[in-house]
Design a protein around this ligand. Sequence first.
Ligand SMILES: C[S@@+](CC[C@H](N)C(=O)[O-])C[C@H]1O[C@@H](n2cnc3c(N)ncnc32)[C@H](O)[C@@H]1O
Length: 387
Amino acid sequence: MNACKSVYDPQEDSTMLERWVRKYAEGNVLDIGTGSGIQAVTAALNPKVSSVLATDVQKEVIAYCKNCIKNRKIKFLQSDLFEKVKGKFDIIIFNPPYLPEDLKLKDLTLDGGKKGYEVIGRFLSGANAFLNPDGVILIVFSSLTKKEKVEEFIKNNLLDFEELERKHIFFEDLYVYLLRKNEFLKKLELKGIKGVKYLSKGHRGVVYTGKYKGKKIAIKATNPNSGAFGRIEIESKWLRRLNKNNIGPKLLFAENNYFAYRYVEGDLIVDFVKKSGRVQIKKILQQVLRQAYLLDSLKIDKEEMHHPVKHIIISKNKPVMIDFERAHYSQSPKNVTQLCQFLASSRLSETLASKGIKTDKNSLMGLAKVYKRNQNIKNFRKIAGLI
Ligand SMILES: C[S@@+](CC[C@H](N)C(=O)[O-])C[C@H]1O[C@@H](n2cnc3c(N)ncnc32)[C@H](O)[C@@H]1O
């Protein structure tokens, strides 16, 4: 039993993980949440290991380890996960706290967050940047942590996993997983994209962020569960076409099943409206309408413009439409008319009214009807004139 209360006495999860550490440890090792130092010491004893960085969020744990463990290969560092970690590693080890809040007393050695998987989620979203291309992660967790959620985090973070061991003890199952970068992540890294992180998932695509040539970018890839293959290639073609008309985020490059574009930093349209003044809002809405009219003139229907809450970002005082997944050619595109529906919708019109911008629903929808029959600049100007 450790004299220091903050130190986790090795349990079944520790010894299970330790056996795999003995097998896989090599090169430069990172042991996150080192506790008693059990994994760090086991790794350091392996002649194939050249260095071990052992971290823990609790400074008492680090003080305890520095005092008790004397091994020239091991360095100790107080850090919340990767916060103060520098460099790349061949193996990253983590026996995380994984119990949901209600199953434990307040205790950092066990507290995995409200649901139990929050610390694991944070760990997995940061790990790639510290792992060498062929490096591995060894992680242990429990059935109390929701295995499906952990696997979702793993996949979202572009990692492949293998279950090395499963053991039933008392009221839970313990799992040891081996994780590696998947082929897609390796491809992105070879292309020079750094710090790839999962951002969001749609029906057809998954979006990641990363850094390319020092600038933040977004990467949209086929969602492996969608079955809608080929859609990503089509969307990148739309973006290339629309960029010529200053619409959409700047496309950087496109490959087989993904494309990369300049990340659009800013506020979603509704948030922008909520926090901006009358003049500023009017200016932006006029620009959005003009872009919608341009799309109509090009006979391109973007779709979903009646509810573009997540698809228009106001960046540097300019609206940028994103997400052209469903764009298609049409003889009667509905961009402007759908946008009128959005402007007249009770939620938005109330917010606009609170800013002194009145959108008379009947007049707006009446003019939208006229425009629908005859999509010309004169009818468009009448709509724009109402805002
Ligand atoms: C279950 S214990 C594992 C200890 C040891 N590695 C083992 O296998 O026995 C979890 C350890 O993670 C540490 N920890 C908890 N949250 C952390 C975080 N955000 N960053 C780094 N360490 C953390 C705790 O202080 C604790 O020492």
